[in-house]
Design a protein around this ligand. Structure first.
Ligand code: SF4
Ligand code: SF4
Length: 312
């Protein structure tokens, strides 16, 4: 496989306790082939670094005008607030506006890292990981930068790091299984078990995802796999979807699922990217609904963990 030494990463979080067993470092990689309508990390979608503008961080109304002449492409106009022309900004490579803004109102999302640079951070952090801790690769969809990911994982294994992945498994089967050879623990999202419903709200059919899960189980892979489902009202919280998901899990010897209540924490990011957020009036998932879904899984001998706080 080609040696790809560099990848695009939009965040690295040390001391993470929700992304796998123990205390870990989570590496958030750019790029995602899905377009989930409720996505909490829409800044991860494009592989290419891009700009975000936060009105709440901007000090224009308090007199700051530092970025006024910063854009050489006429991407910025000013009214009672700087306004980005997204058609111009989506093609920008220089992000000169962000270099001027001291208040982080104009921020670039996505930065190039080499394998060595990330390994340096992981090696430093490894001193504070708990015994069961390690590194989690998340996104976006980490499989989108699979060559870079495999090179990172090989280094991690040479250092005896515990490795986890948060993935949609939306990748060709050969590459997916190759990546999983170096993974000890996986969360795989199944957002809806029905292929047409899956396509309706994520933009892609789920055949590749379900086939990859089947293939992983048949491959003799020794890691721990937990399915994940964000609970979205009137989409995947139905009796039919839960029972069909249960059936799929039983057929494939899968006995753990983590359901995540819907929240609107990603809403401001949609605005910062100039995108429309369809879920702005949606309430968080009713705890009674979560319990109902959990009971359905438990009745079928499937362990169902609710929320991010479970100690895996
Ligand atoms: S430099 Fe930053 S804080 Fe100042 S006006 Fe421009 S975007 Fe706002
Ligand atoms: S992102 Fe690029 S094009 Fe857009 S305002 Fe900033 S410098 Fe100009």
């Amino acid at each position: 496989m080609e040696k790809i030494d560099k990848g695009i990463v939009f965040d690295i979080q040390s001391f993470s306790v929700h992304d796998g067993p123990g205390c870990r470092t989570t590496v958030f990689m750019n790029g995602c082939p899905l377009r989930c309508e409720w996505c909490a990390n829409p800044e991860s979608w494009t592989l290419k670094p891009h700009i975000m503008f936060s009105e709440t961080s901007c000090k224009y109304q308090k007199g700051c005008t530092i970025c006024k002449d910063a854009c050489p492409y006429k991407g910025l106009t000013f009214n009672n607030m700087p306004t980005l022309n997204w058609d111009i900004c989506k093609n920008c490579d220089t992000f000169e506006c962000s270099l001027k803004c001291y208040y982080d109102a104009l921020k670039v999302c996505g930065k190039e890292y080499s394998v060595d640079q990330i390994m340096k951070i992981l090696t430093r952090d490894s001193n504070s990981w708990s015994v069961e801790g390690g590194v989690t690769f998340s996104g976006g969809e980490p499989l989108l930068q699979s060559e870079f990911l495999i090179n990172l994982l090989k280094e991690c294994k040479q250092n005896y790091f515990h490795t986890a992945i948060e993935t949609t498994a939306y990748k060709d089967n050969k590459t997916f299984l190759e990546v999983m050879k170096y993974i000890d623990f996986a969360f795989i999202d199944v957002k809806h078990i029905n292929r047409d419903m899956h396509k309706q709200k994520t933009g892609v059919y789920n055949d590749i995802i379900l086939n990859n899960i089947r293939a992983l189980k048949q491959s003799g892979w020794k890691g721990r796999l937990i399915l994940r489902m964000p609970v979205i009202r009137d989409f995947n919280d139905t009796y039919e979807n839960i029972t069909d998901t249960t059936q799929f899990m039983k057929e494939n010897d899968l006995f753990e699922i983590n359901i995540l209540p819907f929240h609107r924490l990603g809403e401001s990011k949609w605005k910062q990217l100039g995108k429309e957020y369809k879920y702005k009036d949606e309430e968080g998932t009713d705890p009674k609904k979560l319990e109902e879904i959990q009971d359905l899984f438990l009745e079928n001998q499937i362990a169902c963990y609710v929320g991010h706080d479970t100690a895996f």
